[in-house]
Design a protein around this ligand. Structure first.
Ligand code: SF4
Length: 219
């Protein structure tokens, strides 16, 4: 009984949905490959540019990139090297820890990623063509699937602060690093960083009943 077996799919709703998700995965891979051929970049290089545009400070490192792409440190380092040679990315030691290399987009890199951001827009268009109630059902169903896959360690979800259990809005109105607070790292959080992706995000809606609350100190 496998979703890859067409006879089994014929009688199994679950398998038909599973193979549809597999095909969407294939379609997304194709979109990245095609765009990569047009722009002279590999799919991993495109993903890296997108990561560096939207990841929160602190994870724009070789290690953070390796986690985001689910590859080894050596592979992530090789991808960063290639992008450095194309003058799209630069790296420098973290001022607080010289062993850590911080990655950032160059001006050329930022211009390049702006050309690539619509890489999965055909998926958006397909969803957008459905009635609103179907879109809402789809969103709900996909969230359940992603949540389950995250629990099983297959994927990390990167989201911004505003729906996060650890986010404390306006906890430090006078602090130069504020005005907000992240209870996960127990540190002030400036406004622009709250709109960036973070792998430590925990949904407030889903998890507030199971995650221990943190004491927020103003400092
Ligand atoms: S843990 Fe939550 S509040 Fe803290 S930086 Fe990440 S998303 Fe923002």
């Amino acid at each position: 009984m496998s979703a890859f077996d067409p006879q089994w799919r014929d009688i199994s709703t679950t398998s038909r949905s599973t193979i549809s998700l597999y095909r969407i995965h294939q379609a997304i891979s194709h979109m990245f490959r095609r765009r990569g051929q047009e722009s002279g970049l590999s799919p991993a290089q495109i993903q890296t540019l997108l990561f560096l545009r939207y990841a929160r400070p602190g994870i724009r490192t070789i290690g953070g990139l390796a986690a985001r792409l689910a590859v080894s440190y050596a592979t992530a380092s090789g991808i960063a090297d290639a992008l450095e040679r194309k003058e799209l990315v630069e790296r420098r030691p973290d001022p607080t820890d010289q062993r850590v290399m911080v990655l950032s987009l160059t001006t050329m890199g930022l211009a390049q990623v702006e050309q690539l951001e619509d890489v999965v827009d055909d998926i958006d268009a397909a969803i957008n063509s459905m009635p609103d109630d179907v879109q809402q059902l789809l969103e709900h169903a996909l969230k359940q699937i992603v949540g389950r896959l995250q629990q099983e360690g297959h994927v990390i979800t990167y989201e911004m602060c505003w729906g996060c259990h650890f986010f404390r809005q306006d906890a430090h109105p006078q602090h130069p690093g504020g005005p907000h607070h992240c209870a996960f790292v127990d540190a002030p959080l400036p406004e622009p960083n709250t709109y960036l992706e973070c792998p430590d995000f925990v949904s407030r809606v889903v998890n507030d009943h199971v995650v221990d609350d943190h004491v927020v100190d103003d400092h």
